[in-house]
Write a protein that binds this ligand. Structure first.
Ligand SMILES: *Cc1c(COP(=O)(O)O)cnc(C)c1O
Length: 396
């Protein structure tokens, strides 16, 4: 039987996904479920989305042949340069799409959750662009850890509300955002930052991010005379940059898909975010997926040096890609990622985000042949991580 890798009409990827939402939100979620595909297929929507991606985000992002990196790993390595997007990562592709969705649905206010603040900044950015009221929920501890991003959000006109419950980090911010939505369901639109949450978010976010692999196809054709690489490598927090990079290749088994999770201090140390290995089936933020939890279902706090990868779950599509074996799931420790990030600096003059450095770290773990075409999705730039790099490499 042919396995389907995209969401079905109820938002399921095999056994994962679905829509487990509080009853108060049914009407609102249903409105989105019924309309998102119709709206995304409207000519006027597509036109506005693509014109903003071009003139505001700066797309298409280059597909760059990394000559010195290729020489080192004895294969042909291309970097898909999402780091060159406005605001420094792939996240803006999704927030542009969702703010236009909110506008089409007649919504007046935007809410979002953020961990490290990257999604909060991308959301505050598009709210300023369109002129919508923006509230971002963020764990109190993350607010203290991520001061520059908090300042950015405020400069962009967003209100940042601390989440004071639980561990005061991302999952608590998400709970706060959902609570705020329940209190204002009619005029509020919730922008989720990755391929997580209840249907239709995982599918909708993957579609907005799929511009990455759409461009990859014609760019590879120009460089190599074929649309198809042998490998696509991407890091996975929730999984949105990976979903976008894999999207148009999911049904082409000749293209090997490699998802890289954060092993933190090591998968066996209790300080890790390698969800596919450590996770068990459960429901988080309204969808059934793999998540790190204790035997009685308490969520285990994830750990990674990279703030964008320490999410206790993965999107349901990735749980399915893992379960079916369609994607290979590897992981990289903090140390491996930091060294790989520094290597890219020295060999190519590109300072990557630490999330992205995890994807780069598996180049040394795969046996490539000389003719292989390998695409690494360079999800973001390292400016935001400078302090972590400074501390780690003692650059003062
Ligand atoms: C947020 C972020 C990630 C992780 O999010 P995904 O949804 O898994 O893509 C990866 N890289 C960068 C640069 C990020 O900002």
């Amino acid at each position: 039987m042919k396995i389907a890798y995209h969401a079905d009409s109820k938002g399921y990827y095999g056994e994962f996904g679905g829509s487990f939402v509080p009853e108060m939100l049914y009407p609102n979620v249903e409105e989105l479920q019924k309309n998102y595909l119709k709206i995304m297929h409207e000519t006027s929507f597509k036109k506005e989305f693509h014109s903003l991606l071009k003139d505001y985000v700066g797309r298409p992002s280059p597909l760059y042949f990394a000559k010195r990196l290729s020489k080192k790993y004895q294969t042909k390595i291309y970097l898909k340069r999402e780091d060159l997007n406005h605001t420094g990562a792939h996240k803006i592709n999704n927030t542009i799409g969702q703010i236009l969705m909110a506008k089409r649905l007649g919504k007046k206010r935007i809410i979002a959750e953020t961990g490290a603040g990257q999604h909060g900044v991308a959301t505050a950015t598009v709210c300023a662009l369109i002129g919508m009221d923006c509230t971002v929920y963020m764990g109190e501890i993350d607010i203290a850890r991520q001061a520059p991003n908090v300042a950015r959000m405020k400069m962009l006109g967003a209100k940042v509300v601390p989440a004071l419950s639980g561990s005061k980090t991302l999952k608590d911010a998400t709970n706060e955002a959902i609570r705020a939505w329940i209190n204002n369901p009619v005029d509020t639109y919730y922008i989720i930052g990755s391929v997580v949450g209840f249907h239709p978010y995982p599918d909708m976010v993957a579609r907005f991010q799929s511009v990455i692999s759409e461009e990859m196809k014609w760019q590879l054709k120009e460089h190599e005379g074929t649309e198809n690489p042998n490998y696509i490598i991407a890091c996975v927090g929730g999984g949105s940059n990976a979903s976008g990079a894999f999207y148009h290749y999911l049904d082409n088994k000749n293209v090997k898909l490699v998802a890289v999770e954060a092993a933190g201090k090591g998968v066996d140390t209790g300080q890790s975010a390698a969800t596919s290995i450590l996770g068990k089936e459960g429901v988080i933020h309204g969808s059934k997926t793999l998540l790190m939890q204790t035997n009685d279902g308490q969520i285990i706090e994830p750990y990674s040096i990279s703030a964008g990868l320490d999410y206790p779950g993965i999107g349901p599509q990735h749980a399915h890609l893992f379960k079916t074996g369609r994607a290979e799931f590897l992981n990289a420790t903090d140390d491996e990622a930091m060294q790989a990030g520094l290597e890219l600096c020295k060999l190519e003059g590109i300072i990557p985000a630490i999330e992205t450095s995890h994807a780069l770290a598996v180049l040394s773990k795969i046996k490539f042949s000389k003719e292989d075409i390998v695409v690494v999705n360079l999800s973001g730039r390292g400016d935001k991580d400078l302090n972590t790099y400074i501390d780690y490499f003692n650059l003062k």
